[in-house]
Design a protein around this ligand. Structure first.
Ligand code: PMV
Length: 330
């Protein structure tokens, strides 16, 4: 117990939040179409204790990856971009709670690779908001956490739809539509998903910004994409409820093709998608903003998933055998 901590504040508290994958609708969700996303059992854990300085302090232990231009060799773990969202999340929470005492030390520990499309930033910011509130003996409801998370997410992304933070907060599978329509999708059997990381990590902000710009230049083309992705996301929900994996796989394949058409896939992601399908996946697509990061593959069962994982590992990918996180931030 820290003797300097105020008697009303616990000395150390923690929260954790899951990562996420997007089954359908990324990028298009920023333009107003619905997306379907699933929380997965890769976690970020945030500990909050009183700070010595009386100010907000942030330290992080997050998997280090080369970002952007590999020649520059910039490591995310040394990047201010990574810590600033957490500081903003803590600050926004203290403002919301009208706390004048700003003395919190936020320590982030994250299993989710950053810049890979698995929601590392949303997961860490959501867990930070929850833990900072706990450190002040306050409990925020999910709607408040959702609203507060836009402050760090805006800083990082420029145009966040809200789907990432919604999934990390609510857990399970959700259908999401801007600005804040969140529908929990209850399934008897979650899909068997394999995540394969291409190893090329990138900035969501730049990718989303380019798609938004293109959508403003090609309004007609994008309107038909938005209509189609709306049907796809609605059909994904039906397929999940009916446990129709063949249909879900078909929809994922079509969604990947659309992401290719708007220019956010890469030859490497296309190659991993093709390898997964050849190895027996029922469907495969990139997940997240694209430009690198991860693909997801739908597998008939766990045995098939092992075979597909072996092939993708041989093709140079890093595998995460994820399962559904049902609880969200806690
Ligand atoms: O940050 P990522 O790569 O997990 O992408 C999130 C999904 C996007 O649709 C690309 C952005 C958003 O805010 O919806």
């Amino acid at each position: 117990m820290s003797s300097s901590s105020p008697s009303t504040s616990p000395s150390i508290v923690s929260s954790r939040a899951p990562g996420k994958i997007i089954l359908s609708g990324e990028q298009f969700v920023v333009l107003g179409a619905p997306a379907v996303a699933m929380a997965v059992n890769l976690y970020s854990k945030i500990e909050v204790r009183p700070s010595q300085s009386g100010r907000i302090e942030v330290t992080a232990d997050i998997p280090l990856h080369l970002v952007g231009d590999a020649d520059k060799g910039s490591l995310v773990g040394e990047n201010r971009e990574l810590l600033e969202p957490l500081r903003l999340a803590a600050s926004a929470t203290l403002d919301h709670l009208a706390m004048r005492d700003r003395g919190v030390h936020v320590e982030a520990n994250c299993q989710i690779p950053s810049g890979a499309g698995l929601g590392s930033s949303a997961s860490t910011t959501v867990a930070t908001i929850s833990a900072v509130a706990k450190s002040r003996r306050a409990r925020l409801n999910r709607e408040d956490i959702f609203k507060l998370a836009f402050i760090p997410e805006n800083y990082l992304h420029g145009h966040p739809s809200g789907v990432d933070q919604a999934t990390c907060i609510y857990g399970g599978i959700i259908q999401f539509k801007k600005p804040s329509k969140i529908k929990a999708i209850t399934v008897k059997r979650p899909p068997t998903i394999l995540v394969c990381d291409s190893g090329a990590h990138r900035s969501t902000k730049a990718l989303v910004g380019a798609v938004v710009k293109r959508s403003q230049e090609q309004t007609d083309g994008f309107q038909s994409h938005l209509d189609e992705i709306t049907s796809i996301s609605n059909a994904v929900v039906k397929a999940l409820r009916k446990e129709d994996d063949n249909e879900l796989g078909r929809l994922m394949n079509r969604n990947h093709e659309m992401l290719r058409q708007i220019g956010v896939s890469t030859p490497d992601l296309d190659r991993l998608v093709a390898e997964a399908l050849q190895a027996g996946a029922l469907g495969a697509k990139l997940t997240g903003a694209g430009g690198g990061g991860c693909i997801i593959a739908l597998c008939a069962d766990k045995k098939d998933r092992s075979n597909i994982a072996r092939k993708l590992r041989n093709a140079g990918g890093t595998i995460y055998n994820v399962s559904l996180d049902a609880s969200g931030v806690k």
